[in-house]
Design a protein around this ligand. Structure first.
Ligand code: KIV
Ligand code: ZN
Length: 387
């Protein structure tokens, strides 16, 4: 069976940009959009045009710049939001309006002070209005993760009838378990009339650390688009990390899902977004963290030096990292020390290595990490032979 193409909808410039303290100017946003397009994303959510004149201008500029990807603008189910989004994305080769409303009991009762029937009417009206401006209309059922499936199915079906081409099922609060989110997608796939003619999309937040697992559960159960951000940045604990879902699908080919992403660009775009948005990446972050391909314990180092895949499931080159690194600490063994010494030109006999190793562990106990300059000194002091 052929691999099924999963669309990657990047919302770094919209949901990602909602990170406190992170503001990009239009020039920076254009650079991010250009890199996202080069990376191979299918959809770029460029912003929320009604939110500020600056965001409106950025969406217009991105719509004019992007050549292949769909350019999407967010709106609430509010007339002025939708017409403003339409105005902003009109310059795109492939424009999309993303509109929607809260559907959970909590949102309907406490945020919108409304009823299920009235919310359904507003959803239909919003999609129908957006459809007057663009062919491609995405409907989001905000807080779908906590919305009962029967009502969710009803509102999704109504949105399709009104012209929606994409249905977005956000786990807005990051509440769902993977089984639960997967079952929700399956329920919609099986119970919403017309759903097979539209794209079903995941949009997961990471409040319980399950955004990636939930997105993957979504595609296993019938979703064909994943909404995500570079480095998983976004509101609160963030969104699904693009690099994670893409690599999960790549590393598990039996799932028979693939994407258009050029994974060799993942490391570079991660650094660019982190630096430009001033949001550091945690060192142990999957795929793009500084330690993602670093080995520091003796047992692991010995394995990796013998054969990389003993402790690495991804070849670092596949995600744009030159090589794995062997970090020297007090937990490192002789194999790692010999390996690093050889890299800087010292090839030692077994006896010589024993002598240098005894000194090395003392230095390593004092310092957190032993660097090449320390190694040089250790090996030279012990009169070792340069290769
Ligand atoms: O998390 C969410 O529900 C959203 C919607 C606005 C799509 O970001
Ligand atoms: Zn979101």
């Amino acid at each position: 069976m052929d691999q099924q193409k999963i669309q990657i909808f990047d919302t770094t410039l919209r949901d990602g940009e909602q990170v406190p303290g992170c503001k990009l100017n239009t020039k920076e946003k254009l650079e991010v959009a250009e890199r996202l397009e080069a990376l191979g994303v299918d959809v770029i959510e460029a912003g929320f045009p009604i939110s500020s004149p600056g965001d409106f201008d950025s969406v217009v500029a991105i719509a004019k710049l992007v050549k292949n990807a769909t350019v999407c603008g967010l709106s609430r189910a509010v007339e002025k939001d939708i017409t403003t989004a339409a105005e902003a994305v009109q310059y795109a080769k492939k424009p999309r309006i993303h509109t929607g409303i809260g559907t959970s009991e909590s949102h309907i009762k406490y945020k919108l002070n409304s009823t299920q029937d009235k919310i359904l009417e507003r959803a239909v009206a919003a999609v129908a209005l957006a459809k007057k401006y663009v062919e491609d209309v995405e409907f989001y059922a905000e807080d779908a993760g906590r919305t009962e499936n029967e009502y969710l199915a009803r509102i999704c079906e109504a949105a399709i009838k009104a012209g929606a081409t994409v249905l977005n099922i956000p786990d807005t609060t990051g509440y769902c378990l993977p089984e639960e989110y997967g079952a929700k997608i399956k329920y919609l796939a099986e119970n919403v009339k017309g759903i097979h003619n539209v794209t079903l999309s995941t949009h997961c937040h990471n409040d319980l650390g399950m955004a990636t697992a939930n997105s993957i559960a979504g595609v296993i159960n019938g979703a064909t688009q994943i909404e995500c951000t570079i480095n998983g940045i976004g509101e609160r604990a963030g969104n699904t990390a693009l690099e994670e879902v893409v690599m999960v699908l790549k590393q598990h080919p039996y799932l028979k899902k693939t994407t258009n992403i050029d994974t060799k660009q993942l490391n570079a775009i991660s650094r660019y977004v982190s630096e430009t948005m001033r949001v550091p990446v945690q060192p142990n972050k999957a795929i793009v963290g500084a330690n993602a391909f670093a080995h520091s314990s003796g047992i692991h180092q010995d394995g990796v030096i013998k054969r990389r895949d003993t402790y690495e499931i991804i070849d670092p080159k596949e995600v744009g990292v030159d090589h794995s690194s062997i970090v020297l600490t007090a937990r490192s063994g002789r194999a790692a020390l010999a390996y690093r010494l050889k890299l800087i030109g010292f090839e030692l006999t077994r006896d010589e290595l024993d002598i240098v190793y005894a000194d090395f562990v003392k230095v390593a106990d004092e310092k957190k990490e032993v660097f090449d300059e320390d190694l040089n000194e250790l090996a030279s002091l012990n009169h070792k032979v340069a290769v």
